[in-house]
Design a protein around this ligand. Structure first.
Ligand code: BGP
Length: 495
């Protein structure tokens, strides 16, 4: 195994999925606070009051009806409200991460904890101090914080009153938030990510539209919205990168994308071409702007196909060029199959559609298990960008069983990680500059896709169920001791 000496081993979480304390410490609500729990087959819903004051709910990917307002309905349980209460347990959690030997902990800052509505000129001091305490606690154990500035939690006020990221005004609110983070935590944090899985906005449209049975016109309208929203986010990111560098030249600021590792189903050239176009839309569209600082030529085709006339100014283009990222980071869970032919067997489950890959196994949530795809993605992306890469999410959502004596034998999780670690090592041997690896959910968290607790990812178990019942006690799974050994041996001992 060939991991560099300073390889950053660790784990990752997101504020809305671990913190809880949704209405404590001066925090304002975010969209995740009006999103119910779901299951592998039942979507999460967003709850609202319609224009006549009647409560209703929509699929989390759908739009609010005209005149409706977001609403926390007392008849529902909202899993992100409590999450796993890391807001109050962070010292205990960080001590456990330290025990595993973490070099880095990826976490996010809840935007509405710093700016409850998002429009305030100065931040909520209690929120600012909370994260300062967390970063100091990490530093106590020599754990480097890796901070995601936006991880799916735009303040609800910005969504409701300003129309969310469809509105150019969000750039200035985000930039104020990011500037506050860079200024307040200068010296405590050096590694930053501007937007989590920014490419989901365009990468997931086809899947979501299949789920919602959209027509071609509706799909085009969704693409138009997505590319506009992305433009504002990409500009916001580029401005943040410029400011982050100006505040502290030591800052290493990255983009973060979800992986859509697509393979052609057949050797039909049409399948190969379609697959390449999936890479362009789902992966290169955002990655190229982040890394190269401009839109790649194929974007003109995509805009034409969907009838886009985007609001893009010369100043925006100058900002994109001046705010290129220092590293490319991504989440990797599974791969997909693309074809122009009829599909007989489909992959199914949560957030997974398209043809089933006969060469792969699938998780209980329908995600393919494909470590070789990770190597493939690493090599392809490094070949394109030639800047440091980091895998900032990778893991297995699985059902865990607590034995009578409290132990949790999650060898399936270890069996998932082992070949992924080997895949990283092979990519490094092949010249890829991979600088770190943070597994997803070093501790059990609320699932983003389904809102479940039972879809567990952690090395650390949290006693909490899907209805919000449990003591919140933390305990070590077998994988905890295994990962500790992996880190101690810098990836040599993975048995
Ligand atoms: C990514 C998100 C994470 C995380 C992960 C696992 O999309 O960045 O927030 O939740 O996926 O997904 P899920 O929670 O749906 O299993």
């Amino acid at each position: 195994m060939s991991f560099p000496k300073n390889f950053l081993w660790g784990g990752a979480t997101a504020a809305n999925q671990v913190e809880g304390a949704w209405n404590e410490g001066g925090r304002g609500p975010a969209k995740t606070d009006v999103t119910t729990g779901g299951t592998v087959s039942e979507p999460r819903y967003i709850t609202y009051l319609d224009k006549d004051g009647k409560p209703g709910k929509i699929n989390q990917f759908d739009r609010l009806p005209e005149g409706a307002t977001y609403y926390v309905n007392p008849d529902y349980y909202y899993p992100n409200h409590k999450a796993v209460d890391q807001y109050h347990h962070y010292k205990e959690d960080i001590a456990l991460f330290a025990e595993m030997g973490y070099k880095v902990y990826r976490m996010s800052i809840s935007w509405s904890r710093l700016f409850p509505k998002g429009i305030e000129k100065t931040p909520n001091q209690e929120g600012v101090e909370h994260y300062r305490d967390v970063f100091k606690e990490l530093r106590k154990y020599n754990i480097e914080p890796l901070v995601t500035i936006w991880h799916f939690d735009t303040p609800l006020y910005l969504e409701q009153e300003l129309g969310g990221w469809q509105n150019r005004e969000l750039i200035e609110h985000y930039v104020r938030f990011a500037t506050t983070c860079f200024t307040e935590y200068k010296g405590l944090v050096h590694y930053w990510l501007t937007f989590n899985e920014i490419n989901n906005a365009c990468a997931f449209i086809d899947m979501v539209n299949e789920m919602l049975h959209m027509t071609k016109e509706e799909t085009d309208a969704r693409y138009r919205e997505a590319y506009q929203l992305l433009h504002y986010q990409l500009v916001a990111s580029a401005k943040a990168v410029q400011i982050g560098h100006a505040i502290d030249p030591d800052n290493m600021i990255g983009c973060m994308l979800s992986t859509n590792c697509a393979y052609p189903m057949t050797c039909d050239p049409e399948d190969a071409l379609k697959t390449e176009h999936v890479w362009e839309n789902a992966t290169y569209y955002c990655g190229d702007v982040h890394v190269f600082g401009y839109y790649s030529p194929f974007t003109k085709r995509l805009w034409r196909e969907h009838g886009c006339e985007l609001d893009i100014t010369d100043q925006d283009l100058a900002d994109l060029a001046a705010g290129t990222v220092d590293m490319y980071t991504f989440s990797y869970y599974s791969s997909n199959v693309v074809t122009t032919h009829d599909v007989t067997e489909k992959s199914g489950g949560n957030m997974s559609t398209g043809a089933k890959n006969p060469y792969l196994q699938y998780s209980d949530w329908g995600w393919s298990l494909d470590p070789t795809g990770m190597q493939y993605f690493l090599e392809k992306i490094y070949d394109r960008y030639r800047i440091p890469l980091m895998i900032v999410e990778n893991g297995l959502g699985a059902y865990d069983t607590v034995e009578e004596d409290g132990s949790i034998h999650d060898d399936y999780r270890i069996d998932y990680y082992r070949p992924h670690i080997q895949a990283m090592s092979r990519a490094i041997d092949n010249g890829v500059d991979l600088i770190g690896y943070t597994t997803w959910g070093c501790i059990d968290v609320v699932s983003a896709g389904t809102g479940e607790m039972r879809k567990r990812y952690g090395f650390i178990y949290v006693d909490m169920d899907d209805e919000g019942k449990g003591s919140m006690a933390r305990s070590r799974k077998d994988s905890f001791f295994w990962y500790k050994k992996v880190i101690a041996s810098n990836g040599e001992d993975i048995d």
